[in-house]
Design a protein around this ligand. Structure first.
Ligand SMILES: Cc1cc2nc3c(=O)[nH]c(=O)nc-3n(C[C@H](O)[C@H](O)[C@H](O)COP(=O)(O)OP(=O)(O)OC[C@H]3O[C@@H](n4cnc5c(N)ncnc54)[C@H](O)[C@@H]3O)c2cc1C
Length: 481
């Protein structure tokens, strides 16, 4: 169904929609009476905006299912939303409809320490889970830098990663069960606490589907023992080339650190101004590397990493001596995006992935793009995964077209280097037009058939992932509906 067809069929917006939702769920769960109350739901962490017709705050799965049945009956799009920290416009209601905020479904339903599992609601904040599991010497591994704010539902939808997913895997590797509500209101349970399920891996299909297959209302995750100890190393290099070469050399040596993060000089300047993490300001590139596990042998691993960095030209090597020092080093990295406010009022973050060995080439291209467009670009990223995050800085929305062009050139370079358009932030409405850079029409059509199997009426977060004729015409790339 096209957006136009849906609009024609829908016939329920504005006052009739709000009244219908209030009759269904009660006034305390519906926002939309006053249009200004909808404004904060126009945004997420990216740059696109669109206003929802209404926002609903369900208390439980039954509310979500009732809402989905209502929206299905009336042809209204349904757009899930966690904390709105997404960086690809995933929670933005690009085709209107009802935004479902999971803010009130934020409980830990069960902490099963013996089986190392937790059953949680989707609105639970990522860090709250690890905080609750810590007294049991357990934690939830995926740790996006936004973990103080982002939700488990958002993590599942985006298949989020984080600095420490290099050795332990991203969200999909830590989810064993899901309860989902399909766009027609059907409640489906996939998996449970066991490691493997029979039949098709539908959890694998759902994780990373960005709300386009349905709404997740309950999540069963693995909890992992906290490592006995860690060693965190800061290595500073005169150039980004040397820092990138060290990343490849560390992995090629057979070591798999828990994290390898890289930051360029511009990012370091911002971090030092905002956080004061103690990074050397004169370095061209800074590597933050962590090894963890059993205490015995960690010092030797750290020494091997330091030796590799030295061979590749590191001028400063510092190993955190106390927990406080380690936390300070990480506070710098995890606060890096927010620190960009010290350099410019706005930034547009890219999320390309490349084979690690191509880091020096693609980073040179990023620097050329920066010069060509006259835009400052800071780099801070998960280097061990080859997951780049160039942050294109700008001051004024009138620069946005140029900023988008720079972003497209960077992502094209990533795809041409044998990489992909997104590592962890998702496609959303920001990169859906670019999908044909990486996928053939046949590939996209197959993905569309998966979407249709879950959501035949195309009401679950429409306008995301797949190129749409309405928004992608200017790219002259094929759309799939
Ligand atoms: C400063 C900063 C640092 C970040 N660092 C990282 C990082 O290191 N790694 C990383 O991977 N990401 C990172 N992100 C991106 C973002 O935080 C993650 O994508 C996160 O998982 C989004 O969670 P959220 O709760 O904010 O989701 P939202 O932004 O609200 O939504 C994201 C997507 O999930 C869908 N969704 C939300 N809830 C549900 C649900 N219950 N059912 C179905 N779909 C749902 C939405 O429709 C949308 O498509 C960062 C963002 C910021 C602002």
């Amino acid at each position: 169904m096209t957006a136009t067809e849906r609009t024609l069929r829908a016939g329920i917006r504005g006052r009739p929609l709000i009244d219908g939702l209030v009759r269904l769920l009660g006034p305390s769960k519906v926002i939309g009476e006053h249009p200004e109350d909808l404004l904060i739901y126009e945004y997420d962490g990216a740059v696109d905006t669109a206003t929802p017709d209404a926002v609903v705050l369900p208390d439980d799965t039954a509310d979500v299912a009732a809402l989905a049945r209502f929206c299905h009956e009336h042809g209204v799009p349904i757009v899930p939303r966690g904390a709105g920290t997404g960086l690809s416009g995933g929670a933005i209601p690009v085709e209107g409809g009802v935004v479902v905020s999971f803010a009130r479904m934020s409980r830990i339903l069960e902490m099963d320490v013996a089986n190392r599992r937790a059953v949680v609601q989707p609105g639970l904040i990522n860090l709250h889970l690890s905080t609750a599991a810590a007294p049991h010497n357990l934690h939830f591994v995926p740790d996006p830098s936004s973990q103080k704010a982002c939700t488990l539902g958002g993590n599942v939808a985006e298949n989020s990663g984080g600095p420490h997913t290099l050795a332990y895997g991203v969200t999909t590797n830590h989810v064993t069960g899901l309860e989902i509500v399909l766009s027609d209101g059907t409640i489906v349970r996939l998996g449970g606490k066991a490691e493997d399920g029979e039949g098709y891996d539908l959890i694998g299909a759902f994780v990373g589907s960005e709300g386009t297959l349905g709404l997740v209302t309950e999540i069963t995750v693995k909890l992992t023992p906290l490592p006995e100890d860690k060693r965190t190393i800061l290595a500073a290099f005169p150039t980004m080339d040397q820092a990138s070469a060290s990343v490849s050399a560390i992995i090629a040596s057979g070591l798999v650190p828990a994290a390898i993060e890289l930051m360029d000089q511009l990012a370091t300047q911002a971090v030092e101004a905002a956080v004061g993490a103690g990074y050397p300001l004169d370095a061209g590139g800074i590597l933050l590397c962590e090894v963890d596990g059993l205490r015995d042998g960690l010092d030797e691993l750290a020494s091997r990493i330091e030796a590799i960095c030295r061979e590749n030209g590191a001028t400063t090597l510092r190993r955190a001596q106390t927990v406080l020092e380690r936390e300070k080093l990480w506070a710098g990295r995890k606060g890096a995006f927010a620190a960009m406010g010290r350099l410019a009022p706005a930034y547009y973050v890219q999320d390309g992935v490349i084979p690690r060995t191509r880091l020096p080439d693609v980073l040179r291209t990023v620097s050329e793009v920066s010069k060509r467009h006259g835009l400052r670009i800071a780099n801070v990223f998960h280097a061990g995964d080859g997951n780049l995050h160039p942050l294109v800085l700008f001051s004024d929305m009138r620069e946005l077209e140029r900023v988008h062009e720079a972003g497209l050139e960077i992502l094209t370079a990533c795809v041409e280097a044998g990489g992909s358009l997104t590592g962890e932030h998702g496609v959303g409405m920001e990169k859906n037009c670019y999908m044909p850079l990486q996928f053939r029409a046949e590939d996209l059509a197959l993905m569309r058939r998966v979407k249709t199997a879950f959501d035949p009426a195309d009401l679950a977060n429409p306008g995301k992932i797949f190129p749409t004729p309405s928004r992608c015409r200017e790219f002259q790339l094929h759309a799939t509906r």
